[in-house]
Ligand binder design. Structure first.
Ligand code: ZN
Ligand code: ZN
Length: 186
């Protein structure tokens, strides 16, 4: 059976997830012995296309159908896409969109603090639509990046180790294999 054109296009936008708006996450707490325990499931809220449109408008930037398409893709993705991945998903909907427009829009959003840029050692810069303070699980095999919330306030370095260094923020990256890669390997 042939699927309608709309569905084919939808499949082409490979960044789509079944639960738009929300990024599943878990909250961990580090105790005084630096042990991690899961405290509660949480979901991080990602900016809606309407909020991103408003942020652009407030700064006097033009809202184009191309930019709105990028806002929607960012909102619906549960991943941490590269600019190229956002471009691939956008081009599946709007073949006329250019990679340059995608880069420009993502960099504008990052400069506004509406998304975060992220380098977790997977070879290219990722864009993170979750602007809450959070950390990441990174699959060394397929490069999948997932959000985790982690209370790092109990992690303290002794003054002798800091040697006058003032810690601004702590980023924690857990590396390993995602469940899909683990089951593919077994
Ligand atoms: Zn993987
Ligand atoms: Zn993230």
């Amino acid at each position: 059976m042939t699927a309608p054109a709309g569905e084919i296009r939808h499949q082409g936008a490979s960044l789509r997830t079944q639960t738009p708006h929300l990024v599943s996450s878990h909250r961990f707490v580090v105790d005084n012995y630096c042990r991690l325990t899961i405290a509660v499931d949480i979901v991080g809220l990602v900016r809606t296309p309407a909020e991103l449109t408003e942020a652009f408008r407030q700064r006097g930037l033009k809202i184009t159908p191309q930019r709105q398409c990028i806002f929607r893709i960012l909102h619906e993705t549960g991943t941490h896409p590269t600019a190229e991945a956002v471009y691939a998903a956008a081009a599946a909907e709007m073949p006329s969109i250019s990679l340059r427009t995608v880069y420009q829009t993502l960099n504008d959003l990052a400069a506004m603090g509406e998304i975060q840029t992220l380098d977790v050692g997977t070879g290219s810069t990722r864009f993170d639509p979750n602007v809450r303070d959070h950390h990441h699980l990174v699959c060394d095999r397929c490069g999948t990046v997932r959000d985790v919330e982690l209370d790092t306030t109990a992690i303290r370095l002794p003054p002798a180790v800091l040697d006058g260094f003032g810690v601004g923020r702590v980023d924690v990256v857990f590396r390993g294999r995602c469940s899909a890669c683990r089951s593919a390997a077994s």
